[in-house]
Design a protein around this ligand. Structure first.
Ligand code: SF4
Length: 168
């Protein structure tokens, strides 16, 4: 019995097509499931949000972004909804999706039972171009200068001894 199983497994593994197809198909299923989840939640958010801006007002992060210094919550949220529709790139809305730290302070602030944190997360995914649209934000994981920036940052922040230790 064990020998049969081993022979069967070896036959599958020795044929890459047989091994690859089920994996690819399961990846496609997961991707389709994720896109359906995003679509469902985008629709729900677009249907329920009244653009009152209370989530933006409750968010602690705009205080740390000069780009959002004089921003009006309703306008920023309207821009986020446009990103969800795939038809907007308002700089303030893109900035809010970029700086979200998922503090969740916005969730209890919403009177319409929208999850604004999820709304921002979805807008961020769309803004990165991950659902197939034009990217509005640079993906730091694809930044070819990422490690050079880390080195430059270290040079500004650390002592000579710490830099020598860092680059060892
Ligand atoms: S997500 Fe909720 S709190 Fe934020 S603007 Fe929409 S309705 Fe208002």
């Amino acid at each position: 019995m064990l020998a049969d199983v081993t022979r069967r497994d070896c036959a599958t593994i020795s044929n890459p097509r047989k091994l690859a197809l089920p994996i690819r198909s399961s990846m496609e299923t997961r991707t389709a499931g994720l896109l359906a989840y995003i679509e469902r939640n985008v629709e729900r958010t677009l249907g329920a949000c009244t653009r009152c801006g209370k989530c933006f007002e409750a968010c602690p992060m705009p205080a740390y972004s000069p780009k959002l210094a004089d921003a009006q919550g309703g306008e920023i949220v309207a821009g986020v909804l446009d990103i969800l529709r795939g038809s907007g790139s308002a700089p303030g809305a893109v900035e809010w999706t970029r700086i979200c730290t998922q503090s969740a302070s916005c969730i209890p602030a919403c009177p319409e039972n929208v999850n604004p944190m999820l709304m921002l997360r979805l807008a961020h995914i769309i803004a990165l171009g991950s659902t197939g649209g034009t990217p509005l934000l640079a993906d730091p994981k694809r930044d070819p200068d990422f490690f050079r920036r880390i080195d430059a940052f270290a040079a500004l922040q650390l002592s000579d001894a710490e830099i020598a230790e860092w680059q060892r």
